[in-house]
Every structure is written in C-alpha cells, then in structure tokens.
Design a protein around this ligand. Structure first.
Ligand code: NAD
Length: 366
C-alpha cells in the first residue's frame, strides 16, 4: 500500500478539487431518509469565530447546483462578517427541496440535530425558503440558531437594519462623489421595494432625496407612490434613468456589461447580494466608467450585524450603532481603492481578507 500523501483519485471537477479552490474548511452532507432531508452545510472559514449563515431551501435542478450555491454563499459570508468587524466566520446551508411541498416540522428539527452535532461551529438563520417559524423548530434541537422572533429573545426582522446600513453606505458614497453626505435634492432610483427597499425609500425621502422606484409588484409600487411620493419607473427603464444614485435592492447579478453601459448615475449603492455578474470584469468596468460602487457585501451587512447582536445578547441600539459604522468603512474602501488604483469590490475583499490574516496571526501563538 502506498504511503504517499498525494491523493491520486482527485479529479479536476471532483468534490475535493472544488472545495480546495474555494478553500473551505468543512462541508457536511446531511441525509435522513425518514424526513427526506437532504442538506449541505458549508463552513468556509472560522478564523474569526463560528461560521454564521442562513439556511436556504430551494428546489435545485441538480446536486451540483446545490453544492455550487452553498460554496459560493458561505464564502460570501466570510467576507461580509470580516469587513463588518464581527467575530464571526462564514458558513451557509442549503436544503434541497421545494419549501412549499417538502418542508415539515420533523425535517427542520432533524436539520437542527445536524447543526447541533457541529458543536457551535455553525450557526444558522433563516434565508430564502425558510422562515422564522422554521428556525423555532431548529431551535428545539440546537441553540446554534439566530433570527428568532422578538418574543423568543431574538432580533426579529433584520430588514430595517439592513436598509439603515445601505443608507449609511449611500451617504458615504455621496460624500465621496459630491463633498456632502446629504441626499437633499439627489435623485435616487431604487430597484426592488420589498422588505429592505421600502425602508430605504423612507430613509432617502426623509433625508431630502427624490425617489423613483421599480418593482414587479404593483401593490408595492402604489404604496411607494402614495406614501412616499415616489415616481414609478417601468421595469428595465431604471438602468437608463436620469438619476444620481442607483440602488439595486431586488436581484443579484444585475450589474452586467449592458446594464452598466446604460447607467447615467454617479453612484451604485444598494442592498442586493452579489450585484456584480462577474466581480473582476464588472468591478473594473464600473471603475473605468468613473462610477462609484459601494460593495454590496459591505453596505448590506446590517442584517448580519443585527443577528450577531442576537448571538451575543440582543440589543437593538448596539446593532444600529454598529451598523452606522458602515459609513466609515465605505469611506475607507474608497480611499484604499484610490490609493491602490483598484476597483472598490477588490478593495473591500482585500480589507476583509487582511482582517482574517491578521487574526490568524493573533491566534497562532499561546
Ligand atoms: P424581498 O423579497 O422582500 O424584496 C425583493 C423585492 O424585489 C420584491 O418586492 C420583488 O417584487 C422585487 N423584485 C423581484 N424581481 C424584480 C425585478 N426584476 N425588478 C424589480 N423588482 C423586482 O427581499 P429583501 O429582503 O428586501 O431583500 C432584497 C435584496 O437584499 C435581496 O437581494 C437580498 O438577498 C438582499 N439582502 C437582504 C437582507 C435583509 O435583511 N432582508 C440582508 C442582506 C441582503
């Protein structure tokens, strides 16, 4: 038998090759025939603390798609926690299945057992396809869960805090672009006025901004128009709207070559996750066009800051105060990007990675 340390069965598209590329610490496959649970928990990095990230339930077309999603999302959580100054690592879980058909108390509690078996290394929360109620079931089996209702000592809906952080990032961007962080008289187009976007409409309007909105939900559009005097834009017209600030708060990957080339704004600052269709290519294109891009994983971290506060003992005031610091970090990112002549997404990633590397050094002795 060979004693060589080389693992000769590793293939280019094999599991370990994939996990090696993304540099994940641990990936756990959870199977339970009785409840039909099939889940993957990906723990990307725990240098700063336990990996925190929500559990997404989605009817993935294939196992490969589910694995890709959980690897990508968990890595994103590492950087979001690191740049926000939280003592948290990055992780995420996906449950494969249709949330409307396959979810049950038993399935969620079994998932909770798997989380519990990780002994605190992974902390879960709700995400697309899971609800606060599901997290109550998970909580019956493990304490490693946040995002519980206020009645259970949790922080409730994190969306208003996310909106506040996005607003802070937007104001810091205005300061950089216009020399003043007041949004008075600034035209701001918000794409997606759901849980986060609608709060952002209110914050911008209260700061004197002139708001326009787009959404696929006409009831939300009517509400924004009647309640906040927002102008309604039709679908993709938002990309070429004559505005100062564009705030994507709906979908990911909407900043592609075509859309970026249509933009007439000076600033892109919104809450949607993974806005750049391709981080390097589109981060560069935005820089070349002379637009300011507030990195999404930095300015939408208010929700994570809120659930972190829940983890250490919930206090809404502390969560809001920590979220306010997104303003200073955004300024820091713009300065770093200028100093190194790099795009802002890259600057944000460098800063996040630096904190992880620094703390690795701190933990390496004693
Ligand atoms: P949500 O589902 O409440 O709102 C999304 C809104 O976008 C909905 O009103 C929907 O109708 C609209 N929408 C969908 N497709 C659209 C399209 N093609 N054009 C215009 N509008 C469209 O979600 P949310 O919680 O408000 O989150 C918004 C974004 O922010 C998501 O990308 C989410 O991942 C991200 N985010 C949210 C939080 C949070 O605390 N909720 C935290 C971090 C990041």
């Amino acid at each position: 038998m060979s004693t060589s340390s080389t693992f000769t069965h590793e293939t280019k598209d094999g599991l370990f090759a994939q996990v090696k590329t993304t540099n994940h610490e641990q990936v756990v496959f959870c199977n339970d025939n009785a409840t039909g649970l099939r889940a993957i928990i990906a723990i990307h990095n725990t240098v700063l603390g336990p990996g925190l990230g929500g559990t997404r339930m989605w009817n993935y077309a294939s196992e490969a798609e589910a694995l890709n999603d959980v690897l990508r999302l968990s890595r994103g959580m590492t950087y979001k926690a690191a740049i926000s100054g939280l003592n948290l690592g990055g992780a995420k879980a996906v449950i494969i299945g249709d949330a409307n058909q396959h979810k049950s108390e038993a399935l969620m509690r079994k998932f909770g057992r798997f989380v519990e078996n990780l002994n605190g290394k992974y902390i879960t929360a709700e995400d697309v396809g899971t609800t606060t109620k599901d997290m109550e079931y998970v909580n019956m089996e493990t304490d490693s869960v946040v995002g519980l209702p206020e009645s259970m000592g949790g922080g409730g809906d994190p969306s208003p805090v996310t909106a506040y952080g996005t607003f802070m990032g937007m104001k810091a961007s205005a300061k950089k672009a216009y020399g003043s962080d007041s949004l008075k008289g600034k035209k701001v187009a918000i794409q997606g006025i759901g849980k986060v976007g609608m709060h952002l409409v209110e914050l911008v309007r209260n700061d004197g901004g002139i708001v326009s909105v787009s959404d696929i939900n006409s009831a939300s559009l009517n509400h924004a128009a009647t309640e906040y005097g927002a102008t309604v834009l039709n679908g993709d017209d938002i990309y070429s709207a004559d505005v100062d600030i564009f705030a994507p708060c709906a979908l990911g990957a909407i900043l592609n070559t075509e859309n970026i080339n249509s933009l007439k704004c000076d600033i892109i600052a919104g809450a949607a996750n993974n806005q750049l269709a391709n981080e390097e290519e589109h981060g560069m294109l935005i820089k070349e066009k002379g637009l300011l891009y507030a990195p999404d994983f930095l300015i939408n971290a208010g929700g994570l800051i809120n659930v972190y506060s829940e983890y250490i003992g919930y206090n809404r005031e502390n969560a809001m105060r920590d979220t306010e610091k997104i303003y200073d970090t955004t300024v820091k990112i713009y300065d770093l990007a200028d100093a190194q002549n790099i795009h802002t997404q890259k600057a944000a990633t460098l800063l996040a990675q630096k904190r992880i590397d620094d703390m690795l050094g701190v933990h390496s002795t004693f």
